[in-house]
Design a protein around this ligand. Sequence first.
Ligand SMILES: [Mn+2]
Length: 334
Amino acid sequence: MFTEEELSRIKEYLKPSKKIVIITHHNPDGDAIGSSLGLAHALVAAGLSPEVIVPNDFPKFLKWMPNAKKITIAEYKRRKASELIKEADVIFCLDFNTMARIGILGDWAERSRAIKVLIDHHQMPDAFDFVYSDTTIPATAQLIFNFLQAAGYRQFIGTDAAQCLYTGIMTDTGGFRFRSTSAETHRTVADLIDLGADPAFISSSILDTNTVGRLKLLSIVLGRLQVVCDGRVAILSLTRDELKEYGFQKGDTEGFVNYGLSIMGARVAAFFMEDLYEDFIKISFRSKGDTDVNQFARKYFNGGGHINAAGGKYYKGLSETVEDFIHYAEQEGL
Ligand SMILES: [Mn+2]
């Protein structure tokens, strides 16, 4: 948590005369949108007018969140986004650890004279004016809750803020299943339920969102499933043509990698997907226990993330990428 002194310096910027901007990472997920909107709702309740900006669009299953439609999507409203950032007094940077992860937004933010406040749970954050980073906490939304409490803003967490923060925690913990889910996480979500979050509504809004196209893609992925390393490592993949054939929509392949990890005895799952537009393979890694896919993704696949969840990019064809992966997985004894 920020020190008392840092908190009071940050609160100097939480005044109606100040321009407040909240930004989050590329391809925003439930935690990115949930923590950003959650913070925004609380600040609105405190009488402020924050603006949420994301680099690019986010999946439909997150659009039900209160004020999701008010988010400025920089890829569609470039000028508005750049002006908001340029004129900001304070920029909250949520759920990412380096300006390099947010594309052009990062360039604008670095040039802005605003103070930058990082609240995040990814490993090895860059330097910002103020940093609240805790990699043991499963979701940035949980950090936002802590920050609001520490700042004395608990009374500003209304139903809308609670719904958004709950969503962030629920999605980033895989429905409270991942290892970093702690008693404190459950105490936080219990508080959020007291403050108005509706678990049944949120779960249904997030989970009951299959489309026929998504299920067809899933059937292809599962049909091609393979396991290596004595059943410890599961491999899933999709080609660009398959994505096109079933009318791939952003978010359609979300969670596919977890099917690999659900196999009895599996420790690692890797999902390889040809990028729809560019010539590289997008990779998602998931693992259980001490198996560190963050290190693995950093070392071999131009990526990183968390111990049990990481991403990467690889500039070869799909089958070569999978071959290289199997080689490195065996070499590292995954
Ligand atoms: Mn997160």
